[in-house]
Design a protein. Sequence first.
Length: 158
Amino acid sequence: MEVFIVALIIGIIPAFIAQNKGRSFFLWWIYGAMLFIIALPHALVMKSDQKGIEKKQLSEGMKKCPYCAEMIKEDARVCRYCGRELEIEQTTKLSETDIKELKDTHDTDAVIIPYTTETEWICVCGTHNPLNRNEKIQNCSNCHSNRDYILGKYEKKE
């Protein structure tokens, strides 16, 4: 009985090494508990499973740099490996009340989060309107919502 408990405890060593190389902790724990003398050197000399390591990092909130394919933090603005600037994906979470108001106002089930580009602004109804920053009052050509009100209330924020 004591030998069995010791085998289970020392089986953790190759399992931990294998887990750090992207392998299954549980399978290597059993392997290490049964054949510790073989499992330990095997775990030490085997190569890392890059796909397994990448999958683990992606689940922990990392992302791949689109330029050099190295794993970087999700909020990174500059890749620490290649030094290139990254485009930041902006997401906005609207409250349930805002979503209900948008759906009721525009009589639709879809919710479009308004935003601006250099040449246009997109309304909550989905209409692309030309952007004229010199005009003080600008309304959507489709639903006649006021640009400043819509963008001020719902536009994506960094």
